[in-house]
Design a protein around this ligand. Structure first.
Ligand SMILES: [Zn+2]
Length: 284
């Protein structure tokens, strides 16, 4: 099925292929920049409610998952230390502040923005209510050009307007500051494997980016990509199994479910290709 649409990223207007039905929405593919986008998008309120539940059930109250996340974030912070060894850091979409805990241990002055009231309250209790804004970057009131570093990890694909989000982040950034974006690259080999076996799409994923679309978004926001690399994430078999269940991916689920029966294997932490890319951005 095809429809006339305007691409929310590169503004191309024309016939676009509807590549999947996701609940009451359709996933369209822009032939110009190859971004895939969901229309209509779920509302901000629906996203907030979804994350309140998700964080309670899955991430925050599970010490194994929080430890794995902190190991991944330690890699990210070490990458950023090549650019800035200290200063003010803002984490957009900070959840309960896993990345900020790691950054604080590494000597940074930490701040965060979190949409979910449930996770935002926990972050406020850890770092202070003056350091955490529960809401969005649109409603945050941080001082302009205050931050040396801004991190946006696994968030950009969930925001309604990625260009506006990066423009606002750019305003908060010092002239010589850096933004780190981590987001899935849907043209990567890992993504092709996931896509080939997946049975459903997540309605909270509003965009499916690739390297080219991220470059277009950055250019529109007044930023340039100065470095990028494929991200490896720390995981266990158990964690991957819980993650894959969200996609209903039957063939891979069976493989990981079998591995999960072996006590020795299921407890090992390992680094694995994630299909995500880390982009380091600077003001133009
Ligand atoms: Zn486009």
């Amino acid at each position: 099925m095809t429809h006339e649409q305007q691409c929310p990223i590169c503004s191309f207007k024309g016939i676009m292929k509807n590549i999947a039905v996701v609940g009451n929405s359709n996933l369209f593919l822009c032939p110009a920049c190859l971004v895939e986008f969901l229309l209509p998008q779920i509302t901000l309120d629906e996203t907030r409610k979804m994350y309140n539940e998700y964080y309670k059930d899955f991430e925050i109250n599970n010490s194994q998952i929080s430890n794995l996340k902190k190991q991944t974030f330690l890699q990210y912070i070490r990458c950023l230390k090549k650019y800035k060894s200290g200063g003010n850091i803002l984490d957009i979409g900070t959840c309960s502040g896993f990345l900020l805990e790691v950054a604080m241990n590494e000597g940074f002055n930490v701040f965060g923005i979190e949409l979910s009231e449930y996770a935002g309250k926990i972050a406020e209790n850890k770092f202070g209510s003056d350091k955490i804004h529960t809401g969005t970057i649109q409603t945050a009131n941080f001082e302009k050009t205050y931050f040396d570093l801004i991190t946006i990890c696994d968030v950009l694909e969930h925001v309604q307007n990625p260009v506006e989000t990066l423009k606002l982040a750019c305003k908060l950034l010092k002239k010589d500051g850096y933004i780190m974006v981590v987001t899935p690259d849907y043209r990567s080999i890992v993504s092709y494997v996931v896509r080939a076996t997946r049975q459903k799409y997540k309605f909270e994923h509003l965009y499916y980016f690739n390297i080219k679309t991220i470059e277009i978004i950055c250019e529109l926001a007044g930023l340039k990509v100065i470095d990028r690399k494929a991200v490896r994430k720390t995981a266990t078999v158990n964690y991957i199994l819980a993650y894959l269940k969200g996609y209903g991916m039957v063939p891979l689920n069976y493989i990981f479910a079998l591995l999960n029966l072996i006590p020795f294997i299921k407890r090992i932490d390992f680094e694995m290709p994630s299909g995500s890319v880390m982009y380091i951005l600077k003001k133009v």
